[in-house]
Write a protein that binds this ligand. Structure first.
Ligand code: ADP
Length: 272
């Protein structure tokens, strides 16, 4: 029998992510899986992102949609994925994906486009408890995108610029609208962009750390979501929480990875 494959799709508010997993010969264990394809389209729920991300993930490997033994969708826009056999909350999927990449994980800090989640992971990778900020953009990727636009810098350059900061500039408003005005007035005072960006990262870290303390931060701490790619936020968060934080080049795919792993579990329960 040829190795089975599953697809995990994570439709976020900002980006659509897809992972195709294949079982490896030592199947029956969750680490007996390998990623055969992954795709990301920077458009989320309510856009062409969901359809395009599936097409792209399939185009990059030798499989067709019909070859998928199970397709599981997660994320804010999970209800809109017609191809899916099942939908699951992003909390379970993030817990599962993070545990696969980091078996010692006890705390997951996920910063996405429009929300922040902090998950406490129990033994075996199950979700114990969580807190979530989805009411406002403070501390999210959207907050950073707004600030990058005002500062006329690329999102990808923020970490590098922040690392070159020499003077402490504080951004005290957590509200995106007020923080934007604060950044504009700091620019008007000829403050250096590098220092302002460093202040923005510390502001995000302060906000996220407040959320994290509500669930209790226990090691190993792992950061996921698109914003984990900004090492300036990661460093500021390590400093704020006084702990090491791990991340992975797959940080933005953790929800999709968890969905593809849980698809194997679903298959197992169907076959039992
Ligand atoms: P969602 O699941 O809510 O759509 P993601 O976890 O996919 O969110 O993350 C999207 C966010 O990640 C966006 O707000 C974007 O600004 C941020 N992001 C993506 N790539 C980078 C990068 N290279 N550096 C900094 N931020 C990034």
């Amino acid at each position: 029998m040829s190795a089975r494959t599953t697809m995990g799709i994570d439709i976020g508010s900002t980006a659509s992510k897809c992972i195709i997993l294949r079982e490896t010969p030592n199947d029956g264990r969750e680490n007996g899986r390998e990623i055969v394809s992954k795709a990301l389209i920077p458009f989320g729920a309510g856009t062409s992102g969901p359809v395009r991300v599936i097409d792209q993930a399939l185009a990059d490997c030798d499989y067709r949609k019909e070859d998928m033994a199970y397709i599981l969708a997660t994320g804010y826009g999970r209800n809109s994925v017609e191809a899916a056999n099942f939908e699951m909350s992003e909390l379970s999927c993030h817990a599962c994906g993070a545990y696969f990449l980091f078996p010692g994980v006890r705390t997951v800090i996920d910063i996405g486009g429009q929300d922040v989640k902090v998950l406490r992971i129990g033994k075996g990778g199950a979700l114990d408890t969580f807190v979530m900020n989805e009411k406002c953009a403070a501390g999210t990727g959207r907050f950073l995108e707004v600030m990058a636009r005002v500062l006329e810098v690329k999102l990808e350059d923020m970490a590098r610029l922040s690392a070159q900061s020499t003077e402490r500039v504080n951004i005290s408003s957590t509200c995106t609208v007020f923080a934007e005005s604060e950044v504009i007035s700091q620019l008007a005072r000829n403050k250096n962009k590098r220092d302002i960006i460093n202040g923005i990262h510390r502001s995000v870290a302060g906000r996220v750390a407040g959320l994290a303390r509500r669930v209790g931060v226990e090691k190993d701490v792992v950061m996921t979501g698109g914003v984990a790619q900004n090492s300036g936020v990661l460093l500021a968060l390590e400093n704020e929480l006084q702990t090491d934080i791990e991340t992975s080049p797959l940080s933005q795919y953790v929800g999709a990875l968890g969905a593809a792993l849980l698809a194997f579990r679903k298959l197992g329960s169907l076959e039992a």
